[in-house]
Design a protein around this ligand. Structure first.
Ligand code: 6R9
Length: 650
């Protein structure tokens, strides 16, 4: 993140298309326009009403304690058990036979787990963790593939008040050990491995390697997923023995609303990863409410599918805590979208009759690249809400998603939020908002997001600047684990009394919000701040382009010159004329100032496990430097392939 925000962002892209919800959708929607008025009239009363959607063992004394800002406490004095809110209360309400998880393994193995079965397994796991000496307040690191046991492990930790810290399966031993160390974890829960891209991959050896430098860890609980050979140490315990052999009787104890629920590490571009701390009552209130409101979940009839990994905050809030607190039936898929074929996602939607799909722009752009004919082979008519998260969604990708996946009629909700915010902050409401391709639009009821200039003054409609949050919100991070000072410096030091999200944004003439990417990625061309997002969206609006990543490379004349890395759609081919046409297309769409100095065709782009493009690595290529730290890449061999491709193409 840039130390100080620079000048106001140029505002280049405009969008006139809007899609109001159908009257039928509005009629049946969970949340209506009245929610905005209620929250505007009394924000705290609004959140108090949302907290009442949960079961509390003890009522709170105060909704918000903001006596020592920016250290917030929500629902102080209140007590609840997060796991009981996700499981026990549904079973007590006679919903034990409802499927909680339709699991689809990558090799094609399937399991349907009901709420009663999930509760049974979580109770056993809670007992097993207690038997292994884990107590309330002890930290547990979870390093697993996308299998039901990952959710079981999280809910069992929550049940006994042991904060979990989930690390992406696939992170290196060094990344894993630095997180285990920072959290001071006592136990690691992992699997032998998982399935990805048609092959079994191993996790346990990485844990063994990581633990060489982690003295805090006493035991490792290992789930058998692939059955591959693994080295066995004295500290290792088989999940099947410990959990399988434990009692399924377990009474969940209530914890304070501010009891730590989890720590999740954000990669951060430099320095050591930040352990974002979330607590119980406020977090669950907002995760649960936003899931109900933004996806319009009808738990009796909907089949919900969030394609995120459990190691990303999206997996925490919108696979585990939000959906399960609402009693959702959901699909959990272990693998990649192109195994064994590029229609795998659509085959799953058709098979389970998925009604609500939540995925990332990176996936949508990949589907565009694979071609319209792939989803067209499947029956996707069950879908009624489509969501997007993780990066700005280019207007063309948004329109493609609605057309080719949503049959031209489903609302598309572009949801802006962060690990730090814990839950969705800015998004359309599907039964209320006339949606606009590419815009996340409005802060949700009870949330006060704004765009300010470098002095911290709100920009008028039509202006661009920095996204801030003016008032505390229930699921906000409470601090950075073990480092209050870094919490203050990172988020609260830029603008007086406001949370700085690190993202650039603009307000259009209707006051709708457009996210323009991380402030560190913003380019400075001939004295103008230009967002990577807008140039990328202009490129993606060309019929031959599926995906684009744009960086500013130092330029002797303009300060920075725009270099675009482009992936072509389907069978498209490039030529010098085509490259010139792409550059001209950007100039025509956004103005001459945004015309790329260079367009480079590539087959893939460097992305994190949650699908975010790592522009910093592309900047290294554009400026002909040694490639920087690649440890958080989904595939750390991609950079050498991109480089080789470039050399080969010269
Ligand atoms: C949930 C999640 C947070 C950063 C955030 C922003 C980007 C996420 C977005 C979006 C534009 C959206 N981001 N959703 N940008 N539109 N709908 O992604 O959390 O991994 O912590 O990343 O992702 O830059 O600041 P996290």
């Amino acid at each position: 993140m840039a130390d100080t925000p620079q000048e106001t962002l140029a505002n280049l892209l405009s969008e006139d298309r809007t899609f109001p919800p159908s009257p039928e959708f509005t009629q049946a929607a969970n949340v209506t326009a009245a929610a905005y008025d209620e929250a505007a009239a009394d924000r705290l009363a609004f959140w108090e009403a949302q907290a009442r959607r949960l079961d509390w063992s003890k009522d709170w004394d105060r909704v918000l304690d903001w006596d020592n800002p920016p250290f917030a406490k929500w629902f102080t004095g209140g007590e609840l058990n997060v796991s009981a809110n996700c499981l026990d209360r549904h079973v007590a309400n006679g919903l034990g036979d409802r499927v909680a998880i339709h699991f689809e393994g990558e090799p094609g193995d399937t399991r349907a787990v009901t709420y009663a079965e999930l509760l049974d397994e979580v109770k056993r796991a809670a007992n097993a963790l207690t038997d292994l000496g884990v107590e309330a307040g002890d930290r547990v690191v979870i390093y697993m593939p996308m299998i039901p046991e990952a959710a079981v492990a999280m809910l069992a930790c929550a049940r006994i008040g042991a904060p979990h810290s989930v690390v992406f399966g696939g992170f290196s031993a060094a990344a894993l050990s630095s997180r285990i160390d920072d959290a001071g974890a006592k136990l690691v829960i992992c699997a032998d491995g998982g399935f990805r891209k048609g092959k079994a991959f191993a996790l346990k050896p990485t844990v063994d390697e990581a633990l060489e430098s982690c003295p805090s860890v006493e035991q490792v609980l290992v789930v058998t997923r692939t059955g591959q050979e693994v080295a066995w140490n004295d500290r290792d315990v088989k999940w099947e023995d410990a959990v399988g052999g434990a009692s399924n009787e377990h009474e969940a104890q209530p914890f304070d609303a501010e009891h730590p629920l989890f720590i999740l590490y954000t990669s951060g571009t430099t320095g050591k990863p930040k352990g974002i701390l979330h607590t119980s009552g406020g977090y669950l209130t907002q995760a649960s409410f936003t899931h109900h409101a933004v996806f319009d979940l009808k738990p009796e009839t909907d089949v919900y599918w969030c394609t995120a990994d459990i190691g990303w905050v999206t997996g925490h809030s919108y696979i585990v805590y939000g959906p399960m607190s609402n009693g959702a039936t959901q699909v959990m898929y272990e693998g990649t979208p192109d195994t064994p074929h590029t229609g795998r996602f659509w085959e799953i939607v058709q098979k389970y009759g998925v009604t609500i799909l939540y995925t990332a722009p990176t996936a949508i752009r990949t589907f565009m690249k694979w071609g319209d004919d792939v989803p067209a082979k499947f029956d996707l008519s069950s879908l009624r809400v489509l969501g997007s998260v993780g990066e700005p969604i280019n207007p063309e990708a948004w329109v493609w998603y609605r057309e080719h996946i949503g049959g031209g009629s489903t609302p598309v909700v572009d949801t802006w939020w962060q690990t730090e915010t814990g839950a969705i902050m800015v998004s359309p409401l599907p039964g209320v908002t006339a949606t606009k391709p590419g815009s996340a639009q409005r802060p949700l009821p009870g949330i006060s997001v704004d765009v300010v200039d470098e002095q911290g003054e709100a920009v008028p409609d039509g202006g661009g600047g920095f996204l801030v949050i003016r008032e505390p919100w229930p699921s906000m991070l409470r601090t950075i684990w073990g480092d209050d000072q870094r919490f203050l410096d990172t988020y609260w030091a830029h603008f007086d009394g406001m949370y700085f999200a690190g993202d650039g944004a603009k307000k259009d003439d209707d006051g709708d919000l457009w996210l323009l990417g991380r402030v560190d990625d913003i380019m400075l061309v001939s004295g103008h701040n230009i967002s990577t997002t807008e140039v990328e969206s202009a490129l993606v609006s060309h019929e031959t382009v599926a995906e684009a990543a744009v960086v500013g490379a130092s330029d002797p004349v303009t300060g920075q010159g725009i270099v675009a890395f482009v992936i072509l759609r389907g069978q498209s081919e490039s030529s010098p004329e085509h490259l010139a046409e792409l550059r001209a297309h950007v100039a025509k769409t956004l103005g001459a100032i945004a015309k790329p100095r260079q367009v480079i065709i590539v087959a893939e782009l460097p992305k994190t496990r949650s699908g975010k493009i790592m522009r910093r690595l592309l900047r290294d290529i554009a400026e002909d430097r040694e490639i920087g730290d690649v440890t958080t890449l989904a595939d750390n061999t991609v950079m050498s392939r991109i480089k080789t491709g470039l050399q080969g193409g010269k």
